[in-house]
Design a protein around this ligand. Structure first.
Ligand code: ZN
Length: 246
């Protein structure tokens, strides 16, 4: 009976809203292939984010004149993603970002919950969405990263705080690119709570490219004494090269 009712409802809704997955497959709002993509095991992608690399050591060749042979990098913070920003995952991200596809949020949060738990590592951390620019929020009518962070909060039981962002204007000595990147500032209420709980933060964003936005958020929060444990994103513009076995 329930199945029959579901089938009738699906047919009826199909007449009103075409059942099309963001990838273009017809018949479902989220096809089996895309659902499987969102259920992928999250992977660390920070090694492929240029703006997150810290030089940890410079190696020099042994000899009377130390010749540089390479530098070792470590990441500013761990970043976990479900996959590369390409193909169907890119279609899903764009459909979710551009609004009207709120039904994707539960599937996305189900996929990202293990990443949040890996970054939290048993600690009480606070989920903080990387804020969208105000112009984008007005255009879309919703803050998609805040919606995801709130859903992840319900799923993982970790608290969620929405902070405010402003572009760093009037910052002398910074490059044009640095001035354009967003800095994260706590809203007054969130600031009180963050200070009281001393909870480290897990950043939530849609796509990581170079990691410059995440870095500026880390710097902004460090300025008020808040640590960032890591970040979870849906997709990464570049994936780290697979490790070769020596
Ligand atoms: Zn699909």
């Amino acid at each position: 009976m329930r199945d029959a009712l579901t089938a009738v409802l699906r047919e009826t809704c199909g007449l009103l809203v075409p059942l099309v997955c963001p990838c273009g497959a017809e018949g479902r709002l989220l096809c089996a292939d895309c659902a499987a993509l969102l259920a992928s095991t999250p992977v660390r992608v920070d090694a492929a984010c240029d703006a997150l690399q810290l030089v940890s050591a410079a190696r020099v060749r042994e000899g009377p004149v130390g010749e540089p042979v390479g530098v070792d990098h470590s990441s500013l913070l761990p970043v976990h993603a479900l996959g590369e920003y390409a193909g169907s995952l890119q279609d899903l991200v764009l459909a979710w970002k551009n609004g009207g596809r709120a039904h994707l949020v539960p599937a996305i949060s189900r996929g990202l919950a293990p990443a949040v738990e890996a970054v939290a590592d048993g600690d009480e951390a606070m989920l903080v969405p990387v804020p969208s620019r105000l112009s984008a929020r007005l255009r879309r009518g919703e803050d998609h990263t805040a919606l995801l962070a709130a859903t992840l909060s319900r799923r993982t039981g970790l608290p969620f705080e929405r902070l405010t962002a402003r572009t760093g204007e009037g910052q002398k000595g910074r490059s044009a690119r640095q001035r354009r990147t967003r800095h994260l500032y706590p809203a007054p209420r969130a600031l009180a709570r963050t200070r009281r709980d001393r909870a480290p933060v897990i950043l939530v964003d849609d796509v990581v490219t170079t990691g410059a936005t995440l870095r500026s958020c880390v710097e902004g929060l460090a300025g008020i004494g808040v640590d960032v444990k890591g970040a979870v994103v849906l997709a990464a513009a570049r994936m780290p090269a697979p490790r070769t076995i020596p």
